[in-house]
Design a binder for this molecule. Structure first.
Ligand SMILES: [Zn+2]
Ligand SMILES: [Zn+2]
Ligand SMILES: [Zn+2]
Length: 277
């Protein structure tokens, strides 16, 4: 099995909407510098299944990134994916679901895994309620800290502290041959989550900002800075990838910050990156 990073950017991706900073302008000129909205795919090596974590605003381009990697349709759907697992109700993580409706794919009962609170966000709000009514998606409820099975993979949703204007936020632990944790968004690390990261073989985690104060409104959109995260984690023996990277983050350019992270053994996710699990 393998994970493919479909989007390593913060919710709005890079280039960021309406921004003309150096990083965003470079990404407009050079595709390899882009970061799409946050999403990963879990792909079976035999092509038997493919699960997406989150449906970003760049969903349609991200489907193109896994084109040809599924060799057999295992369900009666229109898209070559087996289901979507949601983390939370922010722009970058669920707005791509709209593409499953009649204006676009008109998908047939695609399983969408989420918590009860997230299910209510979908049931209570247009256009997601229409996707349910029209049977474009079928919501599968999963429970915090409770295992669920996805073909040969075990998943566990874990609670993550994050500004939850609606719904709630989860990260996911997956157990295959390896233990993997995916947490694209978190307000601040808890001991519990840090221990889960330390106990994983592979952790793909929130790297939105490199340092505090990178944007003036940091208090309104809190994320642990990468500097804080690497201080808390210290010497690492597992694979840790930073993702959900904002356009303001200096690790977007090949400078001192990037070099220092790599020297310490940390990895920086990029779109199209494949990780064997
Ligand atoms: Zn996000
Ligand atoms: Zn920018
Ligand atoms: Zn968020």
């Amino acid at each position: 099995m393998r994970i493919k990073i479909l989007g390593s950017g913060q919710d709005a991706g890079i280039p960021h909407t309406g921004c003309n900073c150096e990083v965003c302008d470079k990404a407009r000129d050079h595709n390899e510098n882009r970061r799409l909205g946050p999403s990963i795919a879990i792909l079976d090596d035999n092509g038997d299944f493919c699960y997406l974590i989150d449906a970003s605003p760049d969903f349609k381009y991200q489907l193109d990134m896994i084109r040809g990697e599924i060799n057999e349709k295992k369900r009666n759907g229109r898209l070559p994916i087996s289901g979507i697992l949601l983390t939370h109700a922010h722009l970058g993580h669920f707005s791509g679901l709209w593409q499953l409706g009649r204006e676009a794919v008109n998908e047939n009962e695609l399983p969408v895994f989420c918590t009860l609170k997230m299910k209510h966000v979908l049931l209570d709000n247009y256009p997601f309620n229409l996707l349910i009514q029209n049977k474009n998606i079928e919501v599968v409820e999963i429970h915090l800290q409770k295992e669920f099975k996805l073909n040969g993979l075990t998943g566990i949703p874990i609670k993550v502290p994050h500004r939850d204007e609606v719904g709630d936020t989860v990260g996911y632990i997956f157990q295959s041959k390896k233990r993997i944790i995916y947490i694209p968004d978190i307000d601040s690390w808890t001991d519990e989550v840090l221990n889960e990261i330390r106990n994983s073989d592979i952790a793909i985690i929130d790297g939105t900002f490199y340092s505090k104060g990178e944007i003036p409104e940091h208090d309104e959109v809190p994320h642990p800075s990468i500097l804080e995260t690497i201080t808390l984690l210290g010497d690492i023996r597992n694979e840790i990838y930073f993702t959900h990277i904002n356009h303001t983050n200096p690790i977007n350019i090949k400078g001192q910050e990037r070099k220092e992270l790599e020297r310490k053994g940390y990895k920086i996710a990029y779109d199209g990156m494949t990780i064997e699990i």
